[in-house]
Design a protein around this ligand. Structure first.
Ligand SMILES: [Zn+2]
Length: 438
């Protein structure tokens, strides 16, 4: 046994740390004109491109048949349709199971509409509708091709992980909850080739990617886009990927200009570079274990009488939502719950990624870190798909934009029933148990 270890060391490898990694990237900047997603107040499409948008993929395999494919996108969020289609094609073309595919979006509000995600905010003309739908079809094809690109790039690699900190996220519900929770952690994973060259850097932060507001009409990745670009410039050849955390109730502070988005991007990139430089990065080892589940989250009510009032009212957003609800109802279908995906990926005992879908508030992140205090846990939100906000029971009871008003823009009945936090927590326990987390 000793000599085998010795032979592997000659090639710069410790047997314990041996993994296989592949990366890929594809530009997903839309052709103009294209409506930007995220703010209902915008009254015209994008006027230019400040920064290209990217989808990036990282395949990691443990040599024993297990793998995970992480796909990050500079987008508001993937729609259910895009997420399902990409997963189905990744399975049929490359044999990648749903639990092995981790999709995540940076939640930039300076990227295109992905149909049909938060589509209620605009009333498109037929031509605009066609463009938006075509973009989503092209995006699906691009993401599948991207996964193939990363699969073709697979070669031996070592993994390291560490954790830094950045302070620009604030709890944006401070009018309701002045001391609202935040999580300033910056998780970092580094993928290194045998010769020492960095192949990929995966990093995260729990904060809305909304430094730019609704007076911006230039396509860009906001702070997460600027952080990725800075890291790629400073780490030549590395694919730098942003994994969005549970920033549903977090905002960058201050906000409103391109300069501030660049400043926050710089702060985040500096935090990542600090971790990369430090001696505290730990090796991340095989085996890779993955788990994926869905849980049903019931809505509090489906009020036909209320929708009948709203459809003839003067609020265009309530009207659109009511139209959607009543049309479903009249076809014999009452939307009464959301199917919510939850995923976990664990590397030996060295690193565990919990990936929650939707606009998850930070309470879930902090709670999971407490529940699994023995794990090196990174918690991502905005994974699989972005269908709406996912409030904790506290946020649901407090009320306000995230648990209540936003459900109108997302075109859901709402708010959620009080069982939401218990249901999400049960699903978290299920996937964490399946990957062996303690
Ligand atoms: Zn949001």
């Amino acid at each position: 046994m000793k000599w085998i270890f010795g032979v592997l060391m000659v090639f710069g490898f410790s047997a314990r740390a041996q993994l296989v990694a592949g990366t890929g990237r594809v530009k997903i900047t839309p052709e103009l004109p294209m409506w930007l997603s995220g703010y209902a107040g915008r009254e015209k499409p994008a006027t230019g491109v400040l920064q290209d948008l990217w989808a990036k993929a990282l395949v990691l395999e443990d040599g024993a048949g297990s793998r995970v494919v992480v796909v990050t996108t500079d987008l508001l969020g993937l729609s259910h349709q895009v997420s399902v289609d990409v997963a189905r094609k990744a399975d049929s073309l490359y044999g990648i199971r749903r639990d092995q595919l981790l999709l995540n979006s940076s939640h930039t509000h300076s990227g295109p509409m992905v149909w049909p995600c938060v589509d209620m905010i605009f009333d498109f003309t037929l031509d605009e509708q066609r463009r938006v739908s075509q973009y989503s079809q092209q995006l699906t094809a691009d993401l599948v091709q991207l996964i193939g690109m990363a699969m073709a790039d697979r070669a031996p690699a070592r993994l390291y992980s560490g954790r830094g900190s950045a302070g620009f996220a604030i709890n944006r519900r401070n009018k309701i909850h002045p001391d609202g929770p935040v999580d300033h952690d910056v998780p970092v994973v580094k993928v290194v080739r045998p010769g020492g060259k960095t192949a990929a850097i995966l990093f995260g932060y729990a904060c809305h990617n909304t430094t730019l507001v609704d007076n911006n009409f230039l396509i860009n990745g906001d702070y997460a886009g600027f952080a990725q670009a800075a890291l790629e410039e400073e780490n030549p050849g590395a694919t730098c990927m942003f994994l969005m955390g549970c920033g549903g109730d977090q905002n960058p502070d201050p906000r409103g200009t391109v300069e501030l988005a660049q400043q926050h991007g710089r702060e985040l990139a500096d935090a990542v570079n600090e971790v990369l430089k430090g001696a505290t990065m730990r090796p991340v080892r095989a085996p890779i274990r993955t788990a994926y589940t869905t849980v049903s989250l019931p809505y509090r009510s489906f009020d036909v009488a209320e929708y009948e009032k709203e459809i003839v009212g003067d609020n265009k957003f309530l009207q659109r939502r009511a139209r959607l609800m009543l049309s479903a109802y009249n076809r014999g279908f009452t939307p009464d719950h959301l199917v919510y995906p939850v995923q976990a990926v664990r590397f030996g005992t060295d690193l565990c990624v919990l990936a929650l879908s939707g606009e998850t508030v930070v309470d879930y992140d902090l709670k999971a870190k407490k529940m699994f205090a023995g794990e090196h846990l990174y918690v991502a939100g905005y994974s699989s798909e972005v269908m709406c906000y996912i409030p904790s029971l506290r946020v649901l009871k407090e009320g306000g934009y995230e648990p209540e008003e936003s459900m109108i823009y997302y075109g859901f009945p709402g708010p959620f029933a009080n069982s939401i936090e218990d249901s999400v927590t049960t699903a978290i326990r299920r996937v964490m148990k399946k990957v062996g987390a303690k």
